[in-house]
Design a binder for this molecule. Structure first.
Ligand SMILES: C[S@@+](CC[C@H](N)C(=O)[O-])C[C@H]1O[C@@H](n2cnc3c(N)ncnc32)[C@H](O)[C@@H]1O
Length: 220
């Protein structure tokens, strides 16, 4: 018990110190790293991993998919190609990532043919989309968010998703509860226990149409 507490405080302090000087976000971020690096690199590997994972979960071209925190379309470029016209919904808070992704990662022809709906928003306002998703994915988002922001994302998605929507989010597992003192940030690391993640599952009480059911690369 005492050892657990010490471990928890040590790791929390380590993450706090590390989080004091995160990589910059937005335009300033692009001065020091390119858009691929800003979302974590491993461009083809992690993009394809998400795409194959969602197809294995039952994603078909006629479904509507929301790519929550789509970044520069690391996976989005595969989803846009695969889904029927207008069925890809992307949301991210960093305009710069969407701009770079659109200019450098998705061809103009594909964009024109599939007409993805992409919005810049940091409050998870899914009501801005014209469609409701049947599937949603958030890769490497919850690993950078505080509990309050994760709850906001889940609540809003539960309200604006189609009944039965399947949502998959990655998160970094910790075997001990940690204290996160910083605010959410794309370059800070937030880790949660499985028990905590299970509580997110039932979080949007009364809206059983959504659950956090998958992890793609937990424990990184
Ligand atoms: C590690 S990147 C992953 C991007 C993408 N899911 C991928 O796999 O390439 C994390 C993304 O979360 C976005 N993000 C962080 N907080 C957000 C928020 N509150 N609303 C929308 N996007 C957010 C960042 O801008 C960044 O694009």
């Amino acid at each position: 018990m005492f050892k657990k507490l010490v471990d928890s405080l040590t790791t929390s302090l380590k993450l706090y110190k590390k989080g004091k000087q995160p990589w910059p976000e937005g335009e300033a971020g692009l001065q020091v790293r390119n858009h691929r690096q800003m979302v974590g690199g491993k461009w083809d590997e992690v993009g394809l991993l998400q795409f194959e994972f969602m197809k294995n979960q039952g994603l078909l071209p006629h479904h509507v998919l929301c790519d929550v925190a789509c970044g520069s379309f690391r996976a989005g470029r595969f989803f846009i190609d695969y889904l029927e016209q207008g069925n890809y919904l992307g949301i991210d808070k960093q305009e710069v990532l969407i701009r770079e992704g659109r200019a450098k990662e998705v061809s103009e022809q594909l964009w024109a043919a599939k007409q993805p709906e992409v919005i810049i928003d940091d409050k998870f306002d899914f009501s801005r989309f014209s469609k409701r998703p049947d599937f949603a994915i958030a890769n490497s988002l919850f690993s950078h968010l505080s509990t309050a922001d994760i709850k906001c994302c889940l609540r809003n998605l539960a309200t604006h998703a189609n009944p039965g929507c399947k949502f998959f989010a990655t998160y970094i597992l910790s075997d001990i509860p940690l204290i996160h003192l910083h605010a959410s940030h794309s370059s800070r690391s937030f880790r949660y226990t499985p028990e905590k993640c299970c509580r997110w599952d039932v979080m949007p009480a009364g809206r059983p149409n959504i659950s956090v059911t998958g992890t793609i690369h937990a424990n990184r």
